[in-house]
Design a protein. Structure first.
Length: 512
């Protein structure tokens, strides 16, 4: 049996995995870069818009171009990782992401910026699934896997908040272009480290030819879905183009499922998503991300527009949430994951996060950070960190080695689609509630200061209405987990992949 052969629990790690903890450093660094990029650019957007002469109507494309490429190509990126090898896909993704970041930092026009952001999305869609699937195939011991995914989950959850701080510092003290250039050293270090340190287990590749119809249908379907929610945010849910995009997305994704059930070598083997545990993870994660993205959005607006915080102060205001995520993921999740079933961590985790959200529904113009926002973000971080850690691990646990890349891509896809839905849906709810409040109260405001007060009260009213919806989303995520996820605590038990080339790869399964 090869060096990747299954090992008994408690036996020494396979020699091919001797550098797995060093590899984790570089995988986590790459994940941090991708997550940071999601928020760091938002802070720099006003400055970049002014410098490049981007119109208000077109500025959304700085965010949308990235989201469409990233969300639409994730499944394809995961399949490429399974075909080429995760290490190769990881290094190519990092190199391409760095080059696209350099292009964005050097942009001299709006079109150049939009193109750079789209390229970042393309290479991010290759990088993100490769990173997660490398963890899945390198860490096969249950306790080690728990620690590795605890670190990864904390970075995935908390990196966005760190992006606010870094974006504020770079924009305020250097230049908005550094929010792009900062990716380059991250990518170089991670790529060099990965090249020299990562030793991917042999035999886990899926060498079947690419499912071209599946690639086209899934990419076009996901792009239509993400763009539909983006349009809904800017042009309304009743807009003809918005409705058309949603109809197109439904038709394309249904055709994709039908195609995948029939072709010999599908892009997304339906066995990956029809497993009740993985299906429950993907669905609950997507719903929870809807709530979380809404919180980032409204809390940022509240702190800056209502409380007068600077971008840097706003970033630091999110730090307790990052601390909560680190504790929930690396202490609670990691310590308990091998002792209790995943649903006993994820369900309570989502409920604790919903309590944090519930505190935020009490926000008023005069609310203090210390008494209202601080305990809310601590609970939110603690709950999300506790839930994310087993979710990241279970989403790839027990999957056939040849499907590790595409299973990892589904985690990222559920998060990306959830983020797009959350931003558009909660923003629409907030805007509608704000408009209604101002309409009902503006008549009683006889002076300009009173009118400004009503507008601020209306904005906060809109935020809290949307946050109530986010509370419901987190409770729903908890219900889905408890209902669908029935996996017991993990055991380091080898599983034959069913594919002769990969039968000696050790992949943990879940004890029932």
């Amino acid at each position: 049996m090869s060096q990747t052969a299954a090992k008994a629990p408690g036996a020494p790690a396979p020699s091919g995995d001797a550098n797995r903890w060093k590899a984790l450093v570089f995988i986590a660094l790459a994940q941090l870069m991708v997550v940071l990029d999601a928020t760091i650019v938002n802070i720099a957007l006003p400055s970049a818009q002014t410098d490049l002469g981007i119109s208000d109507g077109n500025r959304q494309w700085v965010v949308t171009a990235y989201a469409l490429a990233f969300g639409g190509l994730l499944l394809f990126g995961g399949r490429i990782a399974d075909l080429w090898g995760r290490k190769r896909a990881f290094v190519i993704g990092l190199t391409g992401f760095a080059a696209a970041s350099a292009l964005g930092g050097a942009a001299t026009s709006g079109a150049m910026m939009f193109g750079a952001r789209a390229l970042q999305g393309v290479f991010g869609a290759m990088l993100a699934p490769a990173a997660l699937s490398l963890l899945a195939v390198m860490f096969t011991d249950a306790k080690e896997r728990a620690k590795a995914f605890g670190i990864y989950g904390a970075i995935a959850g908390g990196g966005g908040a760190v992006g606010f701080i870094l974006g504020g510092v770079l924009t305020e003290y250097l230049d908005w272009r550094w929010t792009f250039f900062v990716n380059i050293p991250f990518a170089i270090v991670a790529a060099l480290g990965a090249y020299f340190v990562i030793r991917e287990p042999e035999g886990g590749r899926n060498r079947n030819p690419l499912d071209i119809p599946g690639v086209l249908l899934s990419t076009l379907g996901l792009v239509s879905l993400v763009y539909g929610f983006t349009r809904a945010e800017s042009d309304g849910w009743g807009d003809a183009t918005t409705i058309g995009l949603f109809v197109a997305a439904a038709v394309l994704l249904i055709a994709f499922v039908v195609t995948e059930a029939r072709v010999k070598a599908p892009l997304l083997p339906l066995r990956v998503v029809t497993d009740r545990n993985r299906g429950g993870i993907y669905l609950s994660l997507g719903i929870a991300i809807i709530a979380m993205f809404g919180t980032f959005l409204f809390l940022t607006y509240y702190l800056q527009a209502i409380k007068g915080f600077s971008p840097i102060q706003t970033g630091f205001a999110f730090l307790p949430m990052v601390a909560g995520m680190m504790v929930g993921s690396t202490q609670i999740g990691t310590r308990l994951m091998t002792r209790v079933p995943a649903r006993m961590l994820m369900g309570p985790g989502f409920l604790v996060a919903s309590l944090g959200m519930l505190l935020m529904t009490r926000l008023e113009i005069g609310s203090s950070y210390a008494s209202t926002v601080l305990p809310a973000v601590l609970l939110l971080g603690l709950g999300m960190g506790t839930a994310f850690m087993p979710a990241m691990s279970l989403a790839t646990l027990g999957v056939e080695p040849r499907d590790a890349g595409v299973a990892s891509a589904m985690v990222n896809t559920s998060q990306q689609v959830g983020g797009a839905i959350g931003t558009a849906l909660l923003n629409t709810i907030a805007a509608s509630a704000t408009t209604s409040y101002i309409k009902d109260h503006i008549a009683t405001a006889t002076s300009k200061p009173q009118q400004q007060l009503v507008q601020m009260q209306g904005a906060v009213h809109g935020y809290t209405n949307a946050i109530w919806f986010a509370v419901g989303m987190l409770v729903l995520a908890a219900v889905i987990v408890v209902t669908l996820v029935n996996a017991g605590k993990p055991e380091a038990t080898p599983v034959a992949s069913g594919d002769g080339a990969a039968d000696d790869v050790a992949i943990p399964v879940v004890a029932h």
